[in-house]
Design a protein around this ligand. Structure first.
Ligand SMILES: [Zn+2]
Length: 292
C-alpha cells in the first residue's frame, strides 16, 4: 500500500530530475547559469564550513508533467527526467523561462545549453578571463570600441565608460546620449592600448539595433566573421513574410546594401535580432526599410 501511495505522489510531481542528473547538469556548465546574459555563479560557501549553498535550478527544457511549459508528450519518462532534457539556470532565470515559454521556446533553451557547455569546455582548467571578475580593467571615462556591433559600420563609433554598476558596465556613445549597459558576463576580452587609443571591448555576443528607434540590444550569439556577418545573423523567409507582418520594405541584393545604407535605408531586424533573407530566383536578397 505504501509503495502505491508513493507512486501516486511521484506521478503527480512528474518526471523530475534525480540528484545525480542535477549534479551533472550543474557541473557541465561550471555551476553557472546557462542564460548567456547572466552566467551567475550558482554555488558558494555557507557559514557552516561543512556546507555549501546552491542557488541553481535544474530546469526542464520540456515540462516534467502535462500542462507544464513546453511539455512534449512524445518523450518517454526516462527522456523527460534525463540530463538531455535539463538546463542549469539560476533561480531567477529558471522562473523566467517557465513563466514565459513563448519567449523561451525549446530551441532557445537548447541553444543556451549548448553555448554554456561550450563556454565551460573552453574555460575548464584555464585562468578566469571575465564573467564579472576584476580582470575587466577600464576606468570610468575611458574611450572604447565595442565589437561586434551590428551593422558593422557602427563598430567605428567610440563609447566612453560612464560607470561601473557592479554586474554591468554602462557605456555612452560619444557625441550622443545613447547609453548601453553591458553585463560583465557578456564581455569576453578587453584589449587596452594605453591612453592614446581606445580600448577594444570584445563581447561574447553582439550589440545591435533591432528597432527603428535604434536602441541598443544585447543578443547572445556572435555573427559569423568576415563579410558574411556584416549585417548580423540572417534567416530565410518567404517573399510574402514582410507583408504578413505589416513591414514596409524592399528586398535588395546584398551587394547593393553599402550604397543603400548611405541613402537612408536600414537593414530590417526581426524581433529575434535576425535580418530577413529571401532566397530570390538568382541571388539572396536582404530586407531593407526606409525609416522616417
Ligand atoms: Zn541567471
Amino acid at each position: 500500500m505504501k509503495v502505491e501511495g508513493e507512486r501516486v505522489v511521484l506521478s503527480v510531481m512528474g518526471d523530475d530530475f534525480s540528484e545525480a542528473v542535477k549534479r551533472v547538469l550543474a557541473a557541465r556548465v561550471a555551476n553557472r547559469c546557462s542564460d548567456p546574459g547572466c552566467r551567475a555563479i550558482t554555488s558558494g560557501p555557507q557559514d557552516d564550513p561543512a556546507k555549501a549553498v546552491n542557488v541553481g535550478v535544474a530546469a526542464h527544457i520540456t515540462a516534467a508533467s502535462p500542462g507544464g511549459p513546453r511539455y512534449d508528450p512524445d518523450l518517454l519518462p526516462d527522456e523527460r527526467s534525463g540530463p538531455g532534457n535539463g538546463i542549469w539556470l539560476c533561480q531567477n532565470h529558471a522562473k523566467l523561462v517557465d513563466n514565459d515559454p513563448a519567449r523561451f521556446p525549446v530551441e532557445v533553451l537548447r541553444k543556451w545549453k549548448t553555448d554554456a557547455e561550450a563556454e565551460a569546455r573552453d574555460r575548464v582548467g584555464k585562468a578566469a578571463i571575465s564573467a564579472g571578475s576584476s580582470v575587466i580593467c577600464i576606468e570610468p571615462g575611458a574611450r572604447v570600441r565595442i565589437g561586434p556591433i551590428v551593422p558593422r559600420q557602427h563598430e567605428q563609433s567610440d563609447f566612453s565608460l560612464e560607470e561601473d554598476k557592479g554586474k554591468y558596465l554602462s557605456f555612452k556613445k560619444i557625441d550622443s546620449a545613447r547609453i548601453v549597459d553591458i553585463p560583465k558576463s557578456f564581455i569576453e576580452k578587453v584589449h587596452s592600448f594605453g591612453n592614446s587609443q581606445p580600448a577594444i571591448v570584445e563581447l561574447s555576443g553582439r550589440i545591435q539595433w533591432v528597432s527603428a528607434k535604434r536602441r541598443f540590444e544585447l543578443l547572445p550569439d556572435k555573427p559569423p566573421s568576415g563579410p558574411a556577418g556584416a549585417y548580423g545573423i540572417g534567416k530565410n523567409v518567404d517573399f510574402g513574410y514582410p507583408a504578413q507582418l505589416g513591414i514596409v520594405g524592399s528586398f535588395a541584393r546584398e551587394e547593393r546594401l553599402p550604397l543603400l545604407l548611405t541613402q537612408g535605408w536600414y537593414v530590417y531586424y526581426d524581433s529575434d535580432g535576425t535580418y530577413l533573407r529571401w532566397p530570390g530566383p538568382d541571388v539572396d536578397q536582404i530586407l531593407v526599410c526606409n525609416w522616417v
